[in-house]
Design a protein around this ligand. Sequence first.
Ligand SMILES: Cc1cc2nc3c(=O)[nH]c(=O)nc-3n(C[C@H](O)[C@H](O)[C@H](O)COP(=O)(O)O)c2cc1C
Length: 184
Amino acid sequence: MSTSINIALMIGSLRKESINRKFAEFIAAQMPDSVTIKEVHIADLPLYNQDYDDTTIDSYERVRQQLKNADAVLIVTPEHNRTMPAALKNVIDIGSRPYKENVWTHKKVAVVTASPGSFGGINSGLDVRKSMQMLSAQMMIDPEIHLSRATDSLNEDGSVSPRTQKFLQRFVRDFVDFAGNTSE
Ligand SMILES: Cc1cc2nc3c(=O)[nH]c(=O)nc-3n(C[C@H](O)[C@H](O)[C@H](O)COP(=O)(O)O)c2cc1C
């Protein structure tokens, strides 16, 4: 029997030089062979509008299908004005509709935030948790990962500093346990 785990990765920043993307890429590279991790691209998604519920929008179908097929979703995101970025909220809304076709129901979800500031984007992470709770997702509770002063954890070439590497490698082990645990 196959024990492979499919992870959908969503990055809340659309910025080319995103620090969150750099951490997400490091995390993705640490996944064991039993894990397949694929990014769910969110930059091209039109702003969610309930009028679209009765129509087919290819990019909406693409992300809904990717999220449906995933055993777990990993969100790595910055904080924008004390909450999650609009592009991330948009894909969460798209996945939640049409009504009764909510892809988040029972979906395993973990969130990592990173910010150059002292609070590590924690409010963004908390707001993701709030939406996911409402949508009946199964959030990974422990550990909570909010990387503060995150630019200090990146070397000039964009690689992750050894201390943060260790920290994120521990997170990956916990996340893979969470994603692969079918009894939860
Ligand atoms: C519109 C906007 C709002 C921001 N608001 C916050 C904030 O509330 N908290 C915070 O820690 N950083 C805030 N920042 C700074 C971001 O943390 C910083 O730009 C970070 O590099 C964004 O992540 P990224 O590099 O992955 O895009 C904000 C940045 C922008 C562009």
